[in-house]
Ligand binder design. Sequence first.
Ligand SMILES: *[C@@H]1O[C@H](CO)[C@@H](O)[C@H](O)[C@H]1NC(C)=O
Ligand SMILES: *[C@@H]1O[C@H](CO)[C@@H](O)[C@H](O)[C@H]1NC(C)=O
Ligand SMILES: *[C@@H]1O[C@H](CO)[C@@H](O)[C@H](O)[C@H]1NC(C)=O
Ligand SMILES: *[C@@H]1O[C@H](CO)[C@@H](O)[C@H](O)[C@H]1NC(C)=O
Length: 739
Amino acid sequence: MFAKLRHAPRFSANVLLARQTALTLRPASYQLIHTTATVFKASVQENIDYGKTFDKILIANRGEIACRVIRTCKKMGIKTVAIYSDADANSLHVKLADEAYNVGPAPTNQSYLNVPAILKAIKDSGAKAVHPGYGFLSENASFVQTLEKEGVTFIGPGEYAMGAMGDKIQSKIIAKEAGVSTIPGFNGVVRDANHALEIAHDIGYPVMLKASAGGGGKGMRIAWNDEEVISGFKIASSESMSSFGDNRLLVEKYVDNPRHIEIQLLADKHDHVVYLPERECSIQRRNQKVIEEAPSTHIDEATRKAMGEQAVALARKVGYSSAGTVEFLVDSQRNFYFLEMNTRLQVEHPITEYISGVDLVEQMIRVAAGQKLALKQEDLTINGWAIESRVYAEDPEKYLPSIGHLSKYIEPKSLKGKNEVRCDSGIVEGSEISIYYDPMICKLCTHGDTRDEAIENMKKALDSYVIKGVTHNIPLLREVVSHPRFASGNISTKFLAEEYPEGFKGHSLNPDSLSELATVAALVYAKRDIRNRAFGEHINLTELESKVPQEWDLFVNPTPTQKDQAVKVKIMRDGPVSLDSDTKFLISINNQEAVPVEASWDLESPLVNARVNSKEVSVQYLDSLPLGFKLQHYGTKFDVSVLNEAQQKYSVHMKEKPKPDMAKFLISPMPGSVVSIAVKPGDVIAEGAELAVVEAMKMQNVLRATRVGKVKKVYTQPGSSVGADEVLIEFEDDKAETK
Ligand SMILES: *[C@@H]1O[C@H](CO)[C@@H](O)[C@H](O)[C@H]1NC(C)=O
Ligand SMILES: *[C@@H]1O[C@H](CO)[C@@H](O)[C@H](O)[C@H]1NC(C)=O
Ligand SMILES: *[C@@H]1O[C@H](CO)[C@@H](O)[C@H](O)[C@H]1NC(C)=O
Ligand SMILES: *[C@@H]1O[C@H](CO)[C@@H](O)[C@H](O)[C@H]1NC(C)=O
């Protein structure tokens, strides 16, 4: 029953216990919780045949999750049926499936949500069950009902549980009835300050006070003691009356340093429910998860058990079967409160599979077929640590989706023979990231015996992940996993907002990353110089030896606009020249002591794996520039100038190219299609006026004027598709701007 999951590492219980116990507490101020208290039972029996499930399963989804489900079906000897839209005809999930059916044009409401077309594919293929993946129809109770009528099994919970948990208000009421901890609060007329104090004491500090009628975080007061409740009450109640003419107040437990921690459940149709180790998904941006890990650094054994048992109670209350997740908000004191239940397989399920060894998709299929869950609560142990990074085709600074053709695409691999890297993706080199669907490229997961090891593996995997043709968010992911606060484990859902208040701006070089980048740039320069001198001639090594210099004096600058960042690099040959990639070098930066540097780089590969003074450094070589190279370090791209002595002398006299005045153009911030244009030539527009609407990835972006102006020319029209940085509208020259 413990699936032999391709990626999941397996350890025997004794080894694990030793490894877990060997974990030492970090010196950092925040104390990580370790899982030493977990009881590791003897290893679970394997290779038990629980009988047949289904002959054929249709996967009502696309992309990585369709590929993921197909993989487990193949392992279980189940035939697979894919569905696809016109845009996905050549995609990976179609190739992996045994059969595939077109269900309509690219827009999702005409294809992946097109229930009649999907039903036809089910009938034509003879599939006996449907796995919905996540998104699309996965939480659609009427789809479940439709399948039931057709005698087809839905691989997920029953219609009742899905409906009950799908409604935010109802699910909270049911959770409360099931004994699940919900955020305590009072919503009504607070008579006076004493009444406010009474309520606050009932709830326990800290509490939040705000007008019942006000939305969002507006007019919110946080009180940590009696004094603050009294002053908070006065302000909040007068605000409530004056703004809304309503004297009702909401007093609620305030969740400080909130962390999003969720419990994975598995339940069968025979009233057996188990909880798996928790996942923490606190690294979020606008409620979108960015990085997840399992287990959580915040959860001790008692909290894990309490959360798990409450989640199980909720599942029992609604007669849940299949895989599901109960999400909680957890405060700094490990008080936890119900958020919602997701009645499907979660995006981030691979990290749970990594640390539990359980193939969740396999369990879903077995449960749907009516089999009893063979997992027992006491069998579920925690094997090491796993992290997931959601790799997206998007600009991490503007958070805008990017589309395009993956001209080069190489996924990172496990190099330690421990299956420490897992890539769940639905694409290959040459695939298109289109405007129609979620721009996720891959769920990149790494595992380690310890959290530190999982983080190190993630850094390496991100550094060696080659993605060309679309903009991607690896710079942000790499920065977060390198962040000291992330390393300390003291994270919250506010992490990104707190650490990057002005937004994320790419990796800013520090002395270490600057000298790593300078070293690799010099190495690339020297290796290319050797290759260029040998190129095209029938030259023997003796001759080459005399042609290739012994050393190069270079001026390297990863930020050419800041002249003072230039680094002086002397790179020397350490031994004879070689045309293979094994010429050895010594390198000295800013006249410091020379250190040996080697690289396996062969001038063609996009990856330069260098050993600098025995430290491993991975830098990506993206392109050559007139006076340097485009390199990627910490996920961020740098135009690194590399000048020899003569060029350096000359550069002092070179003028900076002036930037064109882009202020007079409206530029499309992303590729997409133009929905509407609100202006015509001659129009005088006010600051903030709507100019155009551009749609990409189902998101409509209203482009507004950043200043007063007069429209000179419109370059596009509704219905046209536009590229990123394409000029949409030109304005008259502004007198004020021409000084
Ligand atoms: C965790 O970080 C928050 C925000 O930076 C800080 O207020 C809090 O004191 C930290 N907690 C610990 C235990 O270091
Ligand atoms: C699909 O959605 C678009 C808008 O997003 C709408 O214009 C269109 O009518 C919908 N098509 C169907 C078949 O529902
Ligand atoms: C279920 O899917 C159908 C077909 O796409 C759609 O019309 C309906 O609104 C969906 N229901 C819910 C609850 O999402
Ligand atoms: C290499 O080339 C040089 C010059 O052409 C010649 O003198 C020398 O004999 C060659 N050496 C070998 C090993 O072929």
